[in-house]
Design a protein around this ligand. Structure first.
Ligand SMILES: [Zn+2]
Length: 507
């Protein structure tokens, strides 16, 4: 069964399996809290917790943030539930694992579960506004549009906005789709002449923009699918518009930097970091190595770290700007990422099937009313925990389908040291079939198990790796064979979990 022939019968079967008692509509609204706090979620894409001085990285990549964190909750061991944008973002916004929401690759959560999202659950008493630079995260935001009050189209915060809006008469829905289809995918349009005309206009416009920003961005402004943009535009938009939004608001803004390509940092940050990082010597190539050379990995790591300085400066400008307008009073700011990034073992970025801590470890910093000093939280937490935590802040009950827990500091009970936290990459798995082809990370205490299931490269054999992050934070020593008792226990627990989550998709 694939997505195209997913029938109503299947829909009902799925719905039954998940014991859903609420209708799948915006009608399932709960308590309204007119005076609730504002909630501001800022996501910087592919922003690895392993690369922030705020979390112990040896390079000072976050000088401004470090000062801000003097009045913040700092989560040191926070993990995304996916190693790429689709599962990472969908899990953050639904509070469920990828094997539940089924957004595996460049798609949205499964239709029957579409109301299981933060914007729906926070209640219509909240004004929700969303934005994403990233087209893949945008697919998810579009799927939740019935629950959002203001959807800011991607193109609106690109530097190409002016000519696109002129060309398409301000219809961003058409523009954002048509422009990418015409210019980027080289799809045959009805009129080759029109396509050529648009392509020439696009290239001329793009070049004009690049020339205009040559001084601030010597290696060009950031670009996505060939569209130049500035992080500054998004930050300015938020500073300008946030004070005028209805309160309370729930804002989700997903910015692309420091996502690849990394070289587009602002002039003052070019070349700040260069050479090797002393504490991270070379690691052996992984079975899923992309064959990247040591030189490429070092060059890209340096560029990535330089790009993080740009993120650091612009986030600081956002907070200063909002503070100056008073917009941060009674507001919780959640600063996090959808997944990390890696520059080791022959792999650059986050598109390989490999599961390692730099890909999964993401920042989580929370600023809010009454937080007047820094508090460091070291227990393991998951991106799934945001939904229950934010619903609690908004005065809403936590739905029973939520798979995360209210974050430490926001709840009375102590963290469970036996809790297992998962991350799932199932981009090659059929959306509506049991999970048989996937990479899974299972974190339990200081142990992290990687399971690689169903890969033809591994002849379909399941490959396991086990690391002890407490004594081996760089994951140099695979102890799967050496620590058999722990390995067996974790494999058994993972298999039982897989059996349970696969149940609705059997037969
Ligand atoms: Zn991403």
């Amino acid at each position: 069964m694939d997505a195209s022939n997913f029938s109503r019968r299947d829909f009902l079967k799925l719905a039954g399996s998940f014991s859903l008692s609420l209708p799948f509509t915006r009608g399932s609204r709960l308590i309204q809290v007119p005076g609730g706090p504002n909630i501001f979620i800022i996501v910087f894409d592919a922003w690895s917790g392993h690369h922030l001085s705020a979390l112990g990285y040896e390079r000072n990549t976050t000088p401004r943030l470090n000062e801000r964190l003097e009045k913040a909750l700092v989560y040191h061991n926070h993990y995304s539930a996916g190693n790429s944008t689709t599962p990472g973002t969908a899990s953050l916004l639904t509070g469920t694992y990828p094997w539940t929401h089924r957004a595996f690759a460049h798609d949205a959560p499964a239709e029957p579960l579409i109301s299981h999202n933060l914007f729906n659950q926070v209640g219509s008493g909240y004004f929700s506004q969303v934005y994403s630079h990233n087209a893949v995260a945008d697919i998810i935001l579009r799927a939740f549009r019935a629950d959002e009050d203001l959807y800011v189209p991607r193109q609106q915060l690109f530097l190409t906005n002016d000519w696109i809006s002129t060309l398409f008469n301000n219809d961003y829905d058409i523009a954002s789709t048509a422009v990418e289809v015409i210019f980027k995918n080289n799809v045959n349009t009805n009129s080759l002449f029109l396509r050529d005309l648009y392509t020439r206009m696009f290239e001329r416009s793009r070049q004009r923009i690049i020339d205009k920003y040559r001084r601030e961005f010597p290696k060009n402004p950031p670009e996505v699918s060939g569209f130049p943009y500035l992080l500054e535009t998004g930050i300015d938009w938020l500073v300008e518009n946030t004070p005028n939004q209805p309160h309370p608001f729930l804002s989700y803004f997903h910015f692309l930097p420091p996502h690849a390509p990394y070289q587009h940092t602002r002039a003052e940050f070019q070349g700040v970091f260069s050479g090797e990082v002393s504490e991270i010597p070379q690691k052996p190539e992984h079975v899923f190595s992309q064959g990247q050379s040591a030189g490429s990995m070092t060059t890209d790591r340096n560029a990535y770290d330089n790009y993080i300085l740009y993120v650091d400066a612009e986030f600081d400008r956002l907070i200063s700007g909002l503070e100056a307008t008073g917009a941060l009073e009674n507001t919780w700011v959640i600063l996090t990422s959808d997944h990390g990034e890696m520059f080791e073992r022959g792999i650059i970025g986050h598109s390989a099937p490999a599961m390692f801590a730099p890909l999964l470890h993401v920042p989580l910093f929370i600023f809010g009313p009454g937080i007047t000093q820094r508090e460091d939280i070291t227990s393991n937490t998951s991106s799934l925990d945001l939904l229950p935590t934010l619903l609690q802040l908004a005065g809403q009950p936590v739905p029973e389908w939520a798979e995360g827990e209210v974050l430490p500091w926001f709840r009375k009970t102590a963290p469970n040291p036996e809790r297992s936290i998962y991350a799932v990459n199932a981009k090659h798995n059929d959306k509506f079939k049991p999970i048989t082809h996937a990479s899974i990370s299972m974190l339990k205490g200081s142990y992290r198990l990687s399971a690689y299931l169903g890969y033809p490269e591994l002849d379909g054999e399941t490959r396991y790796e086990l690391y002890n992050l407490e004594i081996d934070p760089d994951e140099r020593r695979d102890i799967f064979a050496a620590r058999k008792k722990i390995a067996d226990m974790m494999v058994d627990e993972l298999n039982a979990k897989l059996e349970a989550v696969n149940q609705p998709y059997l037969g």
